[in-house]
Write a protein that binds this ligand. Structure first.
Ligand SMILES: C=C(O[C@@H]1C=C(C(=O)O)C=C[C@H]1O)C(=O)O
Length: 375
């Protein structure tokens, strides 16, 4: 029933409900302000503690393990009708705004604007963070290393296309820590602009990973169109305005940013297509109770090396979530393994397992322990 067709009785009911909503909004507003003042006090306490210790280190405002637990609590407190993820997303934004009062968090991400990495950065830090695009993964690493930003966000693996080698390679020459992970469901759309003749599409632009994620769909729908790999999905989207015979594959953020139309939606071959991103920083993160640890291990190329290396994890019942092999950059050893597992570096069994791994390996570096992705 449209608004105009309301009976006076309906109108009375609606106005009562709207008064109720206004009253609740007022309460929510007071409570959010009260929460924000608490966050400001937390900032004062953190500053005072450093001063009292005579430290000149910068105050660390962002606490990944605390944020993960606030979100987990929001999900467990929730009794509907909103679903748990929706409730956590709302808390994500409230926390983001509170943290920005302590200090606006500067985040470098693999750009340009409109990429899935930007979406991941906002999903993780909320919209009050200051997110800045950089055009290459090594630039994101360098910005964080130089202290120009607080954190960086880089893609690390896609469920369809596998690992982003460039990110792993950057860790080999860096002292940065992994402070968190973000998982994002990736929906690819075929985008067109207002100049596109949709029945004459002969060229489709996208990042090579996205073209690969939509290979079967493209074979079925555009078998003869030329597939052109460009540096990012946002770059693909940007090209459309000048080419009447071209389309791009990219996500919703790129469509919105460049004012494009979704010609075909969710064209990824795997319905559960998702990408995992890492938050990189300089901070060692405390345990949140549900954590992951990433290490890189260098081994000599001997028979059974990987088996020996993984054995301690098996012995201590530690769950491996990912093992990647990369050729080593230096000639001292042949392979490095990137290993992710459940648990925090301060857990007793993790310490024992890593002691044993370290004794067998040519080199072992802990890249970081961090909360398992909540959202
Ligand atoms: C308030 C704090 O600082 C930040 C803001 C948080 C929040 O708004 O809940 C949580 C963790 C920190 O990122 C804190 O350390 O508790």
């Amino acid at each position: 029933m449209s608004e105009q067709e309301n009976t006076p009785a309906n109108e009375a009911q609606l106005s009562q409900l709207r008064n109720e909503i206004d009253r609740i909004d007022n309460e929510i507003c007071q409570l959010i302000s009260e929460r924000a003042r608490c966050a400001q006090s937390v900032a004062d306490v953190k500053k005072a503690a450093l001063e009292a210790a005579g430290s000149t280190d910068p105050v660390v405002y962002y606490r990944p393990e605390r944020e993960a637990n606030v979100l987990r609590k929001a999900m467990s407190m929730n009794n509907g009708p909103l679903d748990d993820e929706e409730m956590a997303r709302l808390f994500r934004e409230i926390m983001s705004a509170c943290l920005a009062l302590e200090e606006p968090t500067k985040v470098a991400y693999l750009g340009p604007e409109g990429t899935f990495t930007q979406q991941a950065a906002l999903k993780h830090f909320g919209h009050s963070a200051v997110a800045m695009p950089f055009s290459a993964i090594d630039e994101v690493f360098r910005e964080v290393e130089a202290g120009a930003v607080n954190y960086g966000v880089v893609p690390v693996e896609n469920s369809t296309e596998g690992v982003v080698n460039h990110t792993l390679d950057n860790f080999m020459g860096s002292n940065l820590q992994i402070c968190g992970e973000v998982e994002l469901r990736i929906h690819q759309h075929l985008l067109v602009s207002d100049v596109t003749k949709t029945d004459s599409i002969t060229r489709i632009y996208s990042h090579s990973q996205s073209l690969a994620q939509c290979r079967k769909w493209l074979d079925a729908h555009y078998p003869n169109a030329e597939r052109v790999a460009v540096s990012s999905n946002a770059d693909a989207a940007k090209r459309l305005k000048g080419e009447w015979n071209a389309a791009a594959i990219a996500g919703q953020m790129a469509a919105d940013l460049y004012d494009l139309k979704v010609h075909a939606e969710k064209i990824e071959d795997q319905p559960d297509n998702s990408t995992r991103f890492l938050i990189i920083g300089t901070q060692k993160v405390l345990a949140s109770g549900k954590d992951k640890t990433s290490v890189v291990v260098a081994m000599r190329n001997e028979p059974g090396a990987l088996h020996d290396l993984l054995q301690p994890f098996h012995v201590y019942g530690i769950d491996l979530t990912r093992v990647e092999t990369r050729p080593a950059a230096s000639g001292t050893w042949n392979y490095v393994f990137f290993i992710d597992f459940s648990g925090h570096i301060e857990d007793a069994i993790v310490k024992k397992a890593l002691d044993e791994v370290g004794a067998k390996a040519a080199d072992l570096r802990v890249l970081g322990s961090y909360p398992e992705a909540v959202l």
